[in-house]
Design a protein around this ligand. Structure first.
Ligand code: HEC
Length: 128
């Protein structure tokens, strides 16, 4: 009787194994965090650099400075999907929202431009 009781109590506290192979791995349903490294590759392979420069620094009339981005991710995505000027549109068939988040993460690694007065090399030209 005691043995049966002990077995019963053990059963109560024994965790029931989940059937293996049925549940997805813990990370499968989580959206991966945006990756600046992947973004750099997408930025290059989708030719953003062609108009905005390899570092998003802008190339004058061809494309404005976009690194670091001046808009929040939502505004950035909206603009790239439906640009208002000379830029070609990149629909979600070309770049998924997650891809744009990666590109955004890459552009965020850029530092803001220094003011001309803060660049020592330009000081001698002042007033000329
Ligand atoms: C063919 C040239 C060209 C390419 C390629 C291009 N852009 Fe642009 N982009 C422009 C121009 C020009 C503008 C300035 C506004 C306009 O005319 O649409 C612009 C504006 C932008 C802006 C708005 C900047 C602001 O004022 O906030 C964003 C963001 C942007 N581009 C992102 C991208 C991304 C990301 C890619 C690649 C997926 C890309 N662009 C590819 C030409 C280009």
């Amino acid at each position: 009787m005691r043995v049966a009781l002990a077995l019963f109590v053990m059963m109560l506290f024994t965790p029931i194994d989940k059937p293996k192979g049925l549940s997805p791995p813990a990370s499968a349903d989580q959206t991966p965090a945006p990756s600046a490294e992947k973004g750099k590759r997408l930025y290059t392979s989708n030719a953003c650099y062609f108009c905005h420069g390899t570092l998003g620094q802008g190339l004058g009339v061809n494309g404005s400075r976009i690194g670091p981005p001046s808009r929040a991710l939502a505004g950035f995505t909206t603009y790239v999907r439906r640009p208002t000027g000379a830029m070609p549109a990149f629909t979600d068939k070309i770049l998924a929202d997650a891809d744009l988040a990666d590109i955004y993460a890459f552009l965020r690694t850029m530092s803001t431009a220094k003011a001309a007065k803060d660049i020592p090399l330009l000081a001698p030209l002042k007033g000329k």
